[in-house]
Design a protein around this ligand. Structure first.
Ligand code: GAR
Length: 225
C-alpha cells in the first residue's frame, strides 16, 4: 500500500475527502501522518479521530529567513520519518523552501483554489477565454474582486515557484451573481474533493507502472553479469 503524508493548515475537508476515497476503495493509499503548522485545526482533529499520527509543528517566526529554512529542514525530517510515496499539500499555507523540496524531488502535490495553466505562466485558458492565473493565499477573493466569469481548482506538482508547477488535474466552476467568498470557496472545495483523490490515485498509478519497468530492467542487467 502506498503511503501519503498530508500537510494541512486548515479545516481539513480535503484530508477528509482523501480518507473517504480510501474508505470507498477508490484510492489505494494510506495516510501515514498529518502535519500542521497550526495547533487546533480541523485537519489535526480529523487525523486523530481516524487514528492517524497528527503532528503539530508550530512555526514561530515566518519572516526570519534562517529560522524559516531551519523549520523546513525540521519539517522534512519529520515527514521523511513516515517514508511517504507522495506528500500532499491539502490546504497547507506556507511556501516551502528548497530545504524541504530538495529532500522529496517530484514527490509533492498541492491543491489550489483557482485555475492554473500548464506552463506556469500568468494566463490560463478557460471555457470563457483567457484569464489571469490567480496564485497565493487569496485566490478565491481575487476571482470575485476581478469579476471573472469562471474559476476552479487545480492539483499540481510543487516546485520552488509558488503555485506554478506542472498541472495534474484541473476543473472549472462558474462564478455566480450571488456568490460571496464563502459560497464560492465551498463550491470550489467540492471540486477539490473529487479532483485531489483522483489526482493522487493517478500519479501513484503512473509511478508504480514506471518503477515496475525499472525493476525489470535491473533484473536483466543482473542476469547478464
Ligand atoms: C482549499 O480550498 C485549498 O485549495 C486551499 O485551502 C483550502 C483548504 O481547505 N489551499 C490554498 O489556498 C493553498 N494556497 P480544507 O482545509 O478544508 O481542505
Amino acid at each position: 500500500m502506498k503511503r501519503l503524508v498530508v500537510l494541512a493548515s486548515g479545516a481539513g475537508s480535503n484530508l477528509r475527502a482523501i480518507l473517504e476515497a480510501r474508505a470507498r476503495g477508490e484510492l489505494d493509499a494510506d495516510v501515514a501522518a498529518v502535519v500542521s503548522e497550526q495547533a487546533g485545526v480541523g485537519a489535526l482533529t480529523i487525523a486523530m479521530e481516524a487514528g492517524i499520527p497528527a503532528i503539530c509543528l508550530p512555526l514561530r517566526d515566518r519572516r526570519d529567513h534562517a529560522a524559516r529554512r531551519a523549520y523546513d529542514a525540521r519539517l522534512a525530517r519529520v515527514v521523511a520519518a513516515f517514508e511517504p510515496d507522495l506528500i500532499v499539500l491539502a490546504g497547507w499555507m506556507l511556501l516551502l523552501s528548497d530545504a524541504f523540496l530538495d529532500r522529496f524531488p517530484d514527490r509533492i502535490v498541492n491543491v489550489h483554489p483557482a485555475l492554473l495553466p500548464d506552463d506556469g505562466g500568468p494566463i490560463v485558458a478557460t471555457s470563457r477565454g483567457m484569464q489571469p492565473a490567480l496564485r497565493g493565499a487569496r485566490a478565491v477573493r481575487e476571482a470575485l474582486r476581478l469579476g471573472l466569469p469562471v474559476t476552479g481548482a487545480t492539483v499540481h506538482w510543487v516546485t520552488l515557484a509558488c503555485d506554478a508547477g506542472p498541472v495534474i488535474e484541473r476543473a472549472e466552476t462558474p462564478i455566480l451573481a450571488n456568490d460571496d467568498e464563502a459560497r464560492l470557496h465551498a463550491r470550489i472545495k467540492s471540486l477539490e474533493h473529487r479532483l485531489l483523490p483522483e489526482a493522487i490515485g493517478r500519479v501513484l498509478l503512473e509511478r508504480s507502472g514506471r518503477s515496475n519497468g525499472a525493476e525489470e530492467e535491473m533484473i536483466v542487467v543482473g542476469e547478464m553479469r
